[in-house]
Design a protein around this ligand. Sequence first.
Ligand code: CP
Length: 353
Amino acid sequence: MKTDTFRGRDFLTLLDYTKEEVETILDVAQDLKRCFATGEPHDQLLRSKTLFMIFYNQSLRTRNSFEAGMTQLGGHAHFLDPSKIYTPAMPGREVAYTTERVSDVARVLARMGHAISIRCYGDPVDWEYGGAHEMMQNFAYWADIPVINMECDKYHPCQALADVLTVKEKFGTFKGIKFVMSWAYSPSVHKPRAVPQSAIIGATMMGCDTVLAHPKGMELDDEVLDACRQYAEMNGSSFEVSNDFEEALKGAHVVYPKAWCATPIFKPPVGQDDPQKTQEIFDANKDWICTPDHMALADKYAIYMHCLPADRSFEVTDDVLDKTEGEGWLSAAFDEAENRLHVQKAIMALTMR
Ligand code: CP
């Protein structure tokens, strides 16, 4: 495979990359992980290069893994708080001397650095599904340097890469691995769909037998589901949707329960602009919490995964999330968090050269 397909490319969704390319990113990530573990210098890869990071939303893992990753690669990650610059805004959302059009911000930063990464969902785009992704695409259109998605309202591709790297490390294969991405209860109904949508894209693309489980009313984007069906067909694997939490977990190798929300962020299919309906669905499904009894339904050597932060006592019990060693099934959530560093270093090293 030609390796130079990465240089200068945006990284907005895994859907823009082939399976072969994702395999290369994972190989590079594992190589960089080995360098990190052994202390082998790799700070020449992006020496003197700058990543501009625009965070509209809070973050622990994403910010620190990108920032540490750039330091380790020899470059610099520059944190930008949109409220402290002229807030990048799309046409129609501009406010005089408060915002600056995305096209202008993108072109200015592209004159000064080597990549722009963005996290945006929710309030900055009035919870309009797809609005944040469209803004990132607009950044990518105007910036002639790579634009990296650090989570929008549709996709969290860096998280998905860390997820599949974790599966690869734990099982050594994707074939025959039952990967269950499940909805879980949270007191917060304001959570984007980006993580589950990217997780099922990653799992089906790599060839896992993937199950998406959620209560009725928590459906994901049809475009994403169609892509997953296509990947499963290409790989000779399976993709199924279930509305039964316990049934879905039976024999699972990967158990990934995580809350996501519907309205008012995501209009159809759950009651357009009907927050009460969303609240009713959440309240009716408080039993979608991952406990040791649920893990016992899975494969004996299953792993529990979560992108973190987890809502302890709601999405998952402490005795699942914290069981990182011992016999039988284990929590891989912290390995998964670490892998954010390694996969993002791989993306930056490949696209920012
Ligand atoms: N998983 C994840 O993206 O974590 P942060 O929100 O802390 O960045």
